[in-house]
Design a protein around this ligand. Structure first.
Ligand code: SDX
Length: 386
C-alpha cells in the first residue's frame, strides 16, 4: 500500500469523483466546461445538473424550480434563532457565516429525513437546503438592518429566479436583469470545485455515515476560513485598506509602495493564489468581466475600485507570478452591487451547497471511511513510572 505524504495533502489523490474536474486545462462539472455553463446555463440548471446528475429538460427544470420555490420558507425555530443571534452579530462574537452554520444545523434538527442517508432522502434534503439557504441569508440581513422580514411565509417571490429571489430577500427590491445575471453566474462559478477543503470536509464527515446536515454544517465551518471561501470578504477588506491608506486617486506609485510593504511583511494577499491553479483560475476572468460591466453602469467610484484591483493584480503577476482566484473579482463585484461584505461568503455557501450535497450523495452511494495515517514525530517511548 503506497504511503505518500505531503503537507496539506498537496498533490495527493484522495479519491475519484464523477462530479467535477479541476485542472489548469479545464474546469468541468459533469462533462460541461465552466465557460459554457457560465454563458449558457442558469444556476437552477447547474444545481439540477449537480444534484440530480444530468442537464434538465424543460419539464424537469420547471419541476425542480417549483420544488425549490415550495421549500424556500424557513421554520419558525430558525427565524427565532436568527432574531436571537442579532446581539451576537452586533457584538461581533458571531459573524453571518457562524449564524448560517447554526441555522443549517437547526434545519437538520427539524428535517423529517435527518437520520435517513438513503439516496432518495439525501436528494430531498439537498433540495431543501439549496432552497432555504438564500432565505436564511435574506432574513438574517433584514434582522441585521433592523427591518421587518421580507416574505417570511413564502421565502420570497415565487415569480423570481433562485438568484433574483436571494437579492430580493436581502433588500426588498426586485433586482435588475443585469444584477440577476451577475449573481446567477457567480453562483454557477462558485457551485462546485472537486476535493477543495470544504467539500473534502463534507466527504470526511459523511464517510463515517453521519448525515447530510452535519456534513454541510462542517462544510460551512471550513469555507469560512480566509484561506478558503472567506477570501472573498477578506479581498474586499484588503482593497478597502489600500483605498484608506493611499487615498482616492489610484496613484500607481502609492499602490506599488503599499504592495511592496505587504511583500516585505510577508502578507498573504487575499483573493490571490490557488492550490491547483498556478496559471490562473478559469473563473476569475469570467466574474471580473461581469463585475467591471456592472461597475461601468454604476459609476466612476466603482470603476476606480476595479482599476485599483487591476493594478494590484498586475503587480502580483509581474512581481510574484501569482494570479487572482475567483474570490478577488467576487469581492469587487459584490461590493459594486451593494451586497454587505459579511454576506459574500454566505452567498458562496448558497452556491457551494449544491456541490457539497452532490459529493455527500456520491460518498454515501459508494462509501469507505476516510482515515489517512500520520508520521509520529513525538517523544521516544518511555515508562510512566520512570
Ligand atoms: C478558494 O481548493 C479550491 O478549489 C478552493 C476554491 C474553491 O472553489 O473551493 O478555489 C476557493 O478557497 C480559493 C482560494 C482563496 N484563498 C485566498 O485567496 C487566500 C490567499 N491565498 C493563499 O493563502 C494561498 O494561495 C492558498 C491558500 C489559496 C493556496 O495556498 P498553497 O497552495 O498552500 O500555497 P502556499 O501558501 O504554499 O504558497 C506558495 C508560495 C508561498 O511562497 P513561499 O513561502 O514558498 O516563498 O506562494 C506564496 C506563498 O507565500 N503565496 C502568496 C499567496 N498565495 C501564495 N503570497 C502572497 N499572497 C498570496 N495570496
Amino acid at each position: 500500500m503506497t504511503t505518500a505524504t505531503s503537507k496539506g495533502l498537496e498533490g495527493i489523490i484522495a479519491g475519484d469523483t464523477q462530479i467535477c474536474s479541476v485542472a489548469q486545462g479545464d474546469l468541468i462539472y459533469r462533462g460541461y466546461e465552466i465557460h459554457d455553463l457560465a454563458a449558457n446555463a442558469t444556476f437552477d440548471e447547474v444545481a439540477h445538473l449537480l444534484l440530480v446528475g444530468h442537464k434538465p429538460d424543460a419539464k424537469e427544470l420547471q419541476f425542480f424550480r417549483d420544488e425549490l420555490i415550495a421549500n424556500r420558507a424557513l421554520p419558525t425555530q430558525v427565524i427565532d434563532y436568527l432574531r436571537a443571534a442579532k446581539p451576537m452579530l452586533k457584538e461581533g462574537t458571531c459573524v453571518p457565516m457562524d449564524a448560517l452554520r447554526t441555522a443549517v444545523s437547526i434545519l437538520g434538527n427539524l428535517d423529517k429525513d435527518s437520520q435517513d442517508n438513503s439516496p432518495e432522502a439525501n436528494l430531498r434534503k439537498a433540495k431543501r437546503l439549496t432552497a432555504k439557504i438564500p432565505t436564511i441569508i435574506g432574513h438574517m440581513q433584514n434582522i441585521i438592518d433592523g427591518k421587518e422580514l421580507i416574505a417570511p411565509n413564502t421565502g420570497g417571490n415565487a415569480k423570481l429566479s433562485h438568484a433574483a429571489n436571494m437579492l430580493y430577500l436581502m433588500t426588498g427590491e426586485k433586482p435588475s436583469p443585469e444584477a440577476t445575471k451577475t449573481v446567477d453566474v457567480s453562483l454557477t462559478l462558485y457551485a462546485e470545485h472537486d476535493y477543495n477543503a470544504s467539500t473534502f470536509t463534507c466527504r470526511v464527515i459523511c464517510a463515517t455515515l453521519s448525515d447530510m446536515h452535519g456534513a454541510v454544517t462542517g462544510g460551512i465551518a471550513a469555507l469560512k476560513g480566509p484561506l478558503h471561501g472567506g477570501a472573498n470578504e477578506a479581498a474586499m477588506d484588503m482593497l478597502a485598506e489600500i483605498r484608506k491608506d493611499i487615498g482616492p486617486d489610484n496613484d500607481p506609485a502609492k499602490i506599488e509602495a503599499w504592495m511592496h510593504q505587504a511583500f516585505k511583511d510577508k502578507r498573504k494577499l487575499m483573493g490571490f493564489g490557488h492550490r491547483v491553479y498556478k496559471n490562473g483560475d478559469h473563473r476569475a476572468p469570467i466574474l471580473h468581466a461581469l463585475g467591471r460591466k456592472t461597475a461601468e453602469q454604476k459609476g466612476a467610484e466603482f470603476v476606480k475600485l476595479f482599476e485599483l484591483g487591476e493594478k494590484v493584480q498586475q503587480i502580483m503577476l509581474d512581481e510574484k507570478n501569482i494570479h487572482p482566484n475567483v474570490d478577488f473579482p467576487c469581492g469587487m463585484t459584490y461590493y459594486t452591487m451593494g451586497i454587505p461584505v459579511p454576506q459574500y461568503t454566505p452567498i458562496f455557501v448558497a452556491a457551494r451547497v449544491t456541490g457539497w450535497c452532490a459529493h455527500i450523495m456520491e460518498q454515501h452511494a459508494n462509501n469507505r471511511l476516510i482515515r489517512p495515517i500520520a508520521t509520529y514525530t513525538g517523544p521516544a517511548l518511555k515508562k510512566w513510572n520512570d
